[in-house]
Design a binder for this molecule. Sequence first.
Ligand code: ADP
Ligand code: MG
Length: 273
Amino acid sequence: MMILDLHKVKKVFGIGETAVTAVNDIDLEVKKGEIVLIMGPSGSGKTTLLSIAGGILHPTEGEVKIKGKNITRLSEEELPKVRLENIGFIFQSFNLLASLTALENVEVAAWLGGNKDAAKKAAEVLSVLGLKDRLNNLPADLSGGEKQRVAIARALVNDPEIVLADEPTANLDSKMGHEVVMQLKKIAKDHNKSVLIVSHDNRIRDIADRVLWLEDGKFKELAKMVIDPVCGMSIEKRDYKYLYKDKEFYFCSPGCMKEFKGNVDQYPNTSTL
Ligand SMILES: Nc1ncnc2c1ncn2[C@@H]1O[C@H](COP(=O)(O)OP(=O)(O)O)[C@@H](O)[C@H]1O
Ligand SMILES: [Mg+2]
């Protein structure tokens, strides 16, 4: 059984001429213990897709199943329970409650999840994440990496089936980012949870079982994407092609191609994404 199963999911924001189709006819299955990474340009629908997968947003069309249970038509009253029992969220901006300590932030989630011994459970999870000495600190007194570990503890405290992470390392320095990447890997590989991550962090590519490319609300084949050697952007193998020493190079714009032609030897080989 799939842990997460999206079938023909579509999300349209607004109506009439100003309507935006953020996610367009997406199929996605995530297995137990699998790490799936979604990459793609800004505005391509990544956050929308993650929100739908996590039961925060209703899709306009299509179905969302978690552990085989269709959550698509559940009401706003029914969804929080499904979320608490099955899904852990980790956000780029941590989303901790500023007036609560690290312990209390996690404890509230455990309590909402029905844990009778919420404080104890919260302290346990925080300790496993190396925050034993930080339990009574407010978020303002924690480093970025510590805040994200509190957020990870909060996401894990109710033992969810799937963890959804939206750019979880984007606000962290490289050392803290590395730690968070390792934690995400542990969640999947040691605890056998499914992890769906939106990110541009190449370290997350290294731990992912699968990498998907989202563009204009649709998945595109990754093999067709290449990196513009001049600006470093990921682009489609389509326009602005230049053959040099029997190797094909692609560019996002005529400007980048011109720049390349002027200094060919300065650029290393392009690689396929
Ligand atoms: N609540 C909303 N109302 C209207 N448009 C939205 C809303 N959320 C996202 N969008 C639009 O949907 C598209 C996809 O957004 P988003 O999922 O945030 O992309 P990403 O996370 O890949 O940057 C964008 O065009 C964005 O402007
Ligand atoms: Mg986003």
